[in-house]
Design a protein around this ligand. Structure first.
Ligand code: GDP
Ligand code: MG
Length: 372
């Protein structure tokens, strides 16, 4: 387990969710966003976007289905492997070069291997843990040939990243949080597809009301997946959107309600307050739902991902992590560190921009794909 303090929600449940009591602006469906700015616009004053507005992806969904990790098809591993090309090159090259330059396993070997893993974005604390496990393995199994290390390394990595499989015991509210541009809205579009493939009914909630383009982007994903999107005008109170979305999901008997939130500067107090308010509305109004809160992290940010998880977790206790853009980075070693450092399991990984490029995370396949 990591450093995360749990049980924060309990206290919050006692708070009054004021947003829930404010009258909601008129609800609109996918294509009918009200043009006029509502009065609530003033209530979200200094929201700043961290980066340039990400473009709305115009890629049409590809035919084909997302497969759960358990039902690995022949193409499944290949897709992950291709998506992790840069990370594999980075990790495997470094590890292999250490292995090739030693004929026996000694102190120097462990030291160089440690350095190679740290340089692969696995991070210092996680690498130290891996090396310590590896030393034990070597001793116990009397391994003497450096070449035999790879299998052990794969196993140890896989073990440290693995978690209980995701279970949705009933109707679920899945709150998606994360800084701007990490891939939240895109992940929701892909998750909607994934859950539908699992036979579940899905509804989307556009609680990123900071700019109209955000809800429009979610609306496009709603249309592609043929699912309902609850959205208000730009500047509306996000907590009110969440309140009404939960209500709509209850009435429709929806299996999975996916809530999109604003890309927020996580060090800005008012932004965390907004998230806190959403959180309380879900606690208060969504009591009958199973609750998941997933942080989306852009893998290209490397070790910074850990501090993002730490900061978000203080406001909304996290139950899962989605690591996106692994296809574009050699820093995929961060996946190995996330669970170890935060205690929060990685649930999905993004290995491309296609609709089936968001894959359920499978520790074994990941370890096999990055150490060759
Ligand atoms: N290559 C790649 N691009 C991605 C991935 N996930 C998201 N993106 C892109 O990242 C950009 C920002 O995504 P968006 O969902 O709008 O981010 P948000 O601000 O967190 O909602 C878009 O151009 C996406 O297509 C991924 O796994 N791989
Ligand atoms: Mg977004």
């Amino acid at each position: 387990m990591g450093w995360f303090g749990r049980g924060k929600n309990k206290d919050k449940k006692k708070d009054k969710a004021k947003a829930a009591q404010t009258p909601a602006p008129e609800q609109s469906e996918v294509k009918e966003a009200p043009a006029a700015e509502p009065a609530q616009a003033a209530a979200v004053p200094e929201l700043e976007l961290q980066a340039a507005e990400p473009p709305v992806s115009e890629k049409a969904p590809e035919p084909g289905t997302l497969e759960p990790a358990k039902e690995k098809k022949p193409g499944f591993f290949q897709k992950i492997r291709d998506g992790l090309n840069k990370t594999r090159q980075s990790i495997s090259e470094k590890v292999n070069s250490v292995i090739q330059s030693f004929t026996k396993i000694d102190e120097d070997f462990f030291e160089e291997l440690e350095e190679a893993l740290i340089l692969s974005d696995i991070g210092v604390p996680t690498t130290q843990k891996i090396i310590s496990d590896l030393r034990e393995y070597v001793k116990k199994n009397k391994v003497s040939d450096p070449e035999d290390i790879k299998g052990a390394l794969r196993e140890i990595l896989s073990e440290s990243m693995s978690a209980d499989p995701l279970k949705l015991p009933g109707p679920t509210v899945l709150l998606i949080v994360g800084v701007n541009g990490v891939g939240k809205t895109t992940a929701i579009g892909k998750l909607a597809h994934y859950f539908q493939q699992q036979g579940k009914s899905v509804m989307l909630s556009a609680a990123d009301t900071f700019r109209a383009a955000a809800a429009e982007q979610l609306g496009i994903w709603g249309e592609r997946n043929g699912v309902r999107v609850i959205r208000y005008a730009e500047g509306a109170d996000p907590a009110a959107v969440v309140y009404d979305s939960i209500d709509a999901a209850k009435h429709a008997g929806t299996d999975v309600l996916l809530i999109d939130t604003a890309g927020r500067l996580h060090n800005k107090k008012n932004l965390m307050n907004e998230l806190d308010k959403i959180n309380r509305v879900i606690d208060k109004e969504g009591g009958e739902f199973h609750r998941e809160t997933w942080l989306v992290i852009d893998a290209t940010t490397g070790q910074n991902a850990i501090s993002q998880a730490e900061i978000f977790n203080q406001t909304v206790p996290l139950t899962g992590i989605v690591l996106t853009k692994l296809d574009g980075t050699a820093k995929g070693g961060i996946v190995c560190a996330v669970k170890e450092m935060t205690g929060v399991p990685v649930r999905f990984i993004g290995v491309g921009e296609g609709i089936d490029d968001l894959q359920p995370f499978d520790a074994e396949s990941f370890a096999a794909a990055v150490i060759e």
